[in-house]
Design a protein around this ligand. Structure first.
Ligand code: GCV
Length: 681
């Protein structure tokens, strides 16, 4: 009996040990293996810098660098390197040179990744200079730890424990970001609680800023424009009111006393019910400049969002441009207007926002959404680098041919005090950080593109897969292709050919093209966007419609305006098209719509088959987790296809072609689906 008990105890202990090392994804792409004592003896790593960030770089290399001797050098004269680095051979080994300590840290991660990827360092030579100065995550985290549009659990920031108790994940988070070059983070939701600026919360923020500093990461905060009134007790928050200005001056001073390298504020004003300068008859420029002036002495930035639209008769897609273009020239040089990649809202596919390039004398930055609000949450495998690249590489023609969104925003074509790029984070408290293991790839891809927007989606997928899962050629090759395809697949089964915003109301998971709320705003209703009727489907944004095409530079205006030259993947974004319109494939629009929805479904099924064949390359835990998520994605894709085709068929009144998989749902049944999902803000 005693023996049996002992055996059971041993078994239990073994199981716990194995289990505590189970592969839960927490390590992300950072899987370096510690050097052995012998390896450590065979190489030396030296630096003359005592800067904490340089010391952090050295520490990482001390722990993991196996190859050769390394010299870390700060050369203040190497100004062209900015935050970047150069690595070259010298007679004793490799030399890593940077202008700033942070460049050494980025160089250290670069070397460790290269080592992981099996590079040969014998004649290694490289120079890396970041594309954007500020590479920033935007967390939409609320102070109660819910995350607006977050699908990876509660917020990482345990406000109720701070400033006393420190979660080890704060440092892990900072390290992960630094390893991909992210150097800034906005901790809280743009729908901001004024409380974040209370002294109580600022003392909590300080603790996070102190941890992040060692990794070269600056903290920013989203602020509520009504803060002077709400927490300052003033009678209003009018930016031209001297008391209001005074309040901000003192608040900003308090912030900098606690956090001397504080980055700045992000502001969502007069948008979706948030307060702003227009409440007092002032402009966005009045509001932004007032804050910018108070920030200026400390070198802080104001990121002012252009995501503004009102329930007027005007096409929502035109409103940011209309609001901001007349204000060009008026913003201070420490204001950057933060513009979403698409003119409506982070849809599976949108054209780039026409505002990019339209303001000649105003700094502009792009905002991507890494979290998958409109892309199946953390249930769907959708690799976003192709979406990010599509916008960055779009030619705005603002300063002639080649004025891509990337070059308009990175300082190449327009000189700016600081260039920037933002991504709405998909990170939460889940063990694997992002809910879906492949969601990590989107965090990684955002960082890599912020660092170097010339990288291809394939290069990034390749790196990430090898660092995160396996270096086996077949695995990397197969999964890289799947990842690249996954963006088009989600477009196919959700919103092909430029359809947009036909999501279920409020939570945005699943289809609801029939959605209507008699009391709700028209521009929050799917019919506002798809305009389906017996004649056809799509939003007429041509000259004869809302004339959103008029906001684009030539030749885009003409290309988009003409149904024959408009790219078919944006056709229903710009045109209301007859069901019998002949597509390039020679199918009618209706048949083509059926074809795309079906194709999306078939592609996800193929993803399932492909993943199952990867089992031998992946640990059981992550394999099973991804496999289950793909099942959900597959079911959802069928749901999307059936819902959209059966609903749009009530207008087209045409049969679903026989080559296409038959619906398995009833339209009326699908209309009854109401998911109990909460949208936190
Ligand atoms: C933070 C969309 C989202 C909102 C979000 C808003 C924004 O409308 O659905 O949750 O609010 O964009 O970007 O401000």
């Amino acid at each position: 009996m005693l023996l049996l008990r002992l055996r059971l105890i041993v078994l239990y202990l073994c199981f716990s040990i194995v289990n505590s090392h189970a592969e839960d994804g927490r390590k992300l792409w950072l899987r370096y293996i510690k050097v052995s004592d012998q390896q450590a003896l065979n190489r030396t790593i030296k630096t003359t810098s005592n800067h904490p960030v340089a010391q952090q770089a050295k520490q990482e290399l001390d722990n993991y660098w196996k190859s050769t001797n390394l010299q870390l050098t700060i050369n203040r004269k190497a100004t062209n390197l900015k935050d970047g680095f150069r690595i070259q051979q010298n007679k004793n080994g490799l030399e890593l040179i940077a202008q700033h300590a942070v460049g050494l840290l980025y160089g250290a991660y670069h070397l460790l990744n290269e080592q992981e990827l099996g590079r040969d360092f014998s004649s290694y030579q490289i120079e890396e200079i970041p594309s954007f100065d500020i590479r920033i995550l935007n967390h939409w985290d609320n102070l109660d730890r819910t995350v607006e549009r977050g699908y990876a659990g509660y917020s990482l920031w345990k406000w109720e424990e701070l400033p006393i108790q420190i979660s080890p994940r704060y440092e892990e988070y900072a390290r992960a970001n630094a390893s991909i070059g992210i150097n800034a983070t906005v901790l809280n939701n743009v729908n901001a609680s004024p409380q974040i600026l209370s002294s109580e919360y600022l003392n909590k923020v300080k603790v996070l800023a102190d941890i992040f500093r060692k990794y070269g990461i600056k903290v920013y905060l989203s602020v509520n424009f009504s803060s002077p009134k709400v927490i300052g007790g003033l009678k209003d928050s009018d930016p031209l009111n001297k008391d209001v200005q005074h309040w901000w001056k003192h608040k900003i001073k308090e912030v900098y006393q606690l956090i001397p390298d504080f980055g700045g504020f992000l502001v969502k004003a007069n948008s979706e019910g948030q307060p702003g300068p227009q409440d007092y008859g002032r402009t966005h420029a009045d509001g932004a400049n007032m804050l910018a002036d108070e920030m200026k002495p400390y070198g802080g930035m104001i990121m002012w969002r252009a995501f503004v639209y009102n329930p007027t008769k005007e096409d929502r897609a035109k409103q940011a441009y209309q609001e901001f273009v007349p204000l060009d020239n008026q913003f201070r040089d420490n204001v950057i207007v933060q513009i979403k990649n698409g003119p409506v809202d982070f849809q599976p596919r949108e054209p780039f926002t026409s505002l990019f390039g339209a303001m000649k004398n105003t700094a502009q930055m792009i905002e991507f959404q890494i979290t998958q609000e409109y892309l199946g949450f953390s249930n769907h495998l959708v690799y976003l680098a192709p979406l990010f690249k599509e916008t960055l590489d779009s030619d705005t023609y603002a300063d002639g041919v080649g004025s891509t969104v990337a070059k308009i925003t990175d300082g190449t074509l327009r000189k700016v005090q600081k260039s920037a790029i933002a991504g709405v984070a998909n990170i939460g408290e889940d063990r694997n950080w992002t809910g879906h293991h492949f969601g990590q790839a989107n965090w990684y891809a955002f960082g890599r593109l912020a660092w170097n927007h010339q990288l291809s989606s394939e290069e990034i997928a390749d790196e990430w897969l090898r660092l995160t899962f396996s270096k086996e050629k077949e695995f990397v090759h197969t999964m890289s292709k799947l990842m690249i395809d996954s963006r088009e697949t989600v477009v196919n089964y959700m919103m092909p050919m430029g359809l947009h915003h036909i999501f279920a109301f409020d939570h945005h998971y699943g289809p609801e093209p029939w959605g209507d709320r008699p009391s709700g705003r028209a521009d929050w209703m799917p019919w506002y966007y798809h305009n389906a009727n017996v004649n056809g489907i799509g939003f007429n944004r041509t000259i004869s419609g809302s004339n959103a095409v008029g906001q684009y530079n030539e030749p885009l205006r003409t290309i988009y305006n003409n149904i024959d030259s408009c790219p078919e993947n944006l056709l229903l974004w710009f045109h209301h098209v007859s069901w019998n319109h002949k597509m390039k494939s020679q199918r009618t629009l209706w048949d083509e719509l059926c074809f795309y929805y079906d194709q999306g479904v078939q592609e996800v099924r193929e993803f399932q088959r492909t993943w199952d064949q990867m089992e031998k390359y992946v640990d059981a835990e992550r394999f099973n987790a991804v496999q289950s998520k793909l099942k959900i994605q597959s079911k959802d894709a069928v749901w999307w296809k059936d819902a959209c085709l059966l609903y749009f068929q009530t207008f087209s009144r045409q049969p679903i072609p026989y080559s296409i998989e038959r619906p398995i749902h009833e339209l009326e049944e699908m209309k009854k689906i109401k998911l109990p999902l909460k949208h936190h803000n």
